[in-house]
Design a binder for this molecule. Structure first.
Ligand SMILES: Cc1cc2nc3c(=O)[nH]c(=O)nc-3n(C[C@H](O)[C@H](O)[C@H](O)COP(=O)(O)O)c2cc1C
Length: 375
């Protein structure tokens, strides 16, 4: 997630998602993959400084996983090559789900799968580059542009033919943006349509939602977005819920964290951000997470506001000790949406004539080297 899943947050989430005594951990020892913020193919190929700065990995990060944005097969192929050869990346995901107007207006993100041939060419370029390093390539997409212009079933078939290792589907169209509820039936339909693994995405707020999604749709796994905002411990719950050891699953997850445990995670988050980007920048970066961590807990407005203005770890420490560590987890927050929601768009911005044909081989889709708005 753009602006969220930097090296520090990925480390915190994986610390939470790794069951310490090894019980029930998945083959990789954690709840799954923690994907780096999206970077653009062109930015990487052209050596854009911001793009390169985003490609930072924690020393503990055993499996490096990166999401690429791209609209041009040549750039995407080259960028995949660079990720594998220079950054030791073990998994590349391609983003075809971004609904942001400045992206779709240029034919990128969720607009791109409408051009079936171009989509296939991009996927093939990435898969071929990854294959030289034994690195699997996956793709993430939405249902389509709107209900009249669905793309996901064709995208699944094209991905499979291109040798893509798995496809993740966010059960919304671009026009829905983040509004309404995700259509899990579409995930089930995609699962029936393709042989490659399907990962379901949309509206997983608790581990129980992930289990329900897998049961309802037959999906092979899940992708979590907003549900982890201020909740790195969601991965602990997911590791337990999907444990291969039935005894772990039967025992159930650990208890919901009290406020003291949450503030310990907040402190760890700020500290890790500081380690990666220096204390001052790290504290600034931490500020946006405060309201997510404290959502529903009995913490006064003044204290929350002060925490969202910290510049040093010492300031944060002085504020964190003022909360009641024994305050119970706010049960009313369970299963409720967090992060971006908003309303549906009236239209999806697209290049002129975009919907007139579904090929796209000769359409020039100009890629923005510094596009970092995500999906
Ligand atoms: C702040 C933010 C940044 C995001 N950045 C990305 C991104 O870079 N790449 C991507 O594929 N999806 C991105 N997404 C979308 C999520 O991955 C996910 O598809 C979407 O939020 C629906 O899943 P959820 O209900 O679990 O949040 C972002 C979402 C948010 C809220």
């Amino acid at each position: 997630m753009a602006g969220i899943t930097n090296a520090a947050y990925r480390r915190l989430c994986s610390e939470q998602g790794t069951l310490r005594d090894g019980r029930g951990a998945t083959a990789s020892g954690t709840a799954g993959l923690y994907v780096c913020e999206m970077i653009t193919s062109r930015g990487l190929v052209e050596g854009d400084a911001t793009t390169r700065k985003m490609l930072v990995f924690d020393e503990q990060e055993a499996v490096r996983s990166v999401q690429l944005y791209g609209t041009d097969p040549a750039y995407v192929g080259k960028a995949t090559e660079i990720l594998c050869a220079e950054y030791g990346v073990a998994h590349v995901d391609l983003n075809f789900g971004c609904p942001v107007p400045k992206v779709t207006r240029k034919g990128g993100g969720a607009a791109l799968p409408w051009k079936r041939t171009l989509l296939g060419e991009i996927l093939q370029a990435a898969v071929q580059a990854g294959a030289r390093y034994d690195v699997p390539v996956t793709m993430k997409t939405r249902k389509g542009i709107d209900e009249d212009h669905l793309t996901y079933l064709d995208a699944g078939r094209i991905a499979q033919e291109a040798g893509v290792a798995a496809i993740a589907l966010h059960g919304r169209t671009a026009i829905q943006s983040y509004s309404g509820t995700a259509d899990w039936d579409a995930i089930a339909r995609l699962k029936e349509h393709v042989d490659i693994p399907v990962l379901g995405n949309g509206d997983i707020w608790e581990a129980a939602d992930a289990v329900r999604m897998v049961q309802q749709t037959g999906a092979d796994g899940v992708v979590v977005g907003r549900g982890c905002l201020g909740r790195p411990w969601l991965f602990r719950d997911l590791a337990v819920a999907f444990s291969t050891d039935p005894a772990v699953r039967t025992a159930g997850g650990p208890e919901l964290p009290r406020l003291g445990e949450v503030t310990t995670m907040m402190r760890r988050h700020a500290e890790l951000l500081g380690q990666h980007m220096g204390e001052e920048r790290g504290c600034k970066e931490f500020r946006k997470h405060v309201s997510w961590y404290l959502k529903g807990f009995p913490v006064g407005g003044d204290l929350r506001r002060a925490m969202a203005l910290v510049s040093t770890l010492a300031e944060l420490d002085a504020l964190l000790v003022r909360v009641d560590p024994d305050a119970a987890f706010p049960l009313g927050e369970l299963g409720t949406p967090r992060g971006r929601q908003g309303s549906a768009r009236s239209r999806v911005a697209l290049p002129e004539g975009w919907l007139e044909d579904t090929d796209g081989t000769d359409c020039v889709v100009r890629e923005d080297a510094s596009e970092t708005t995500g999906g």
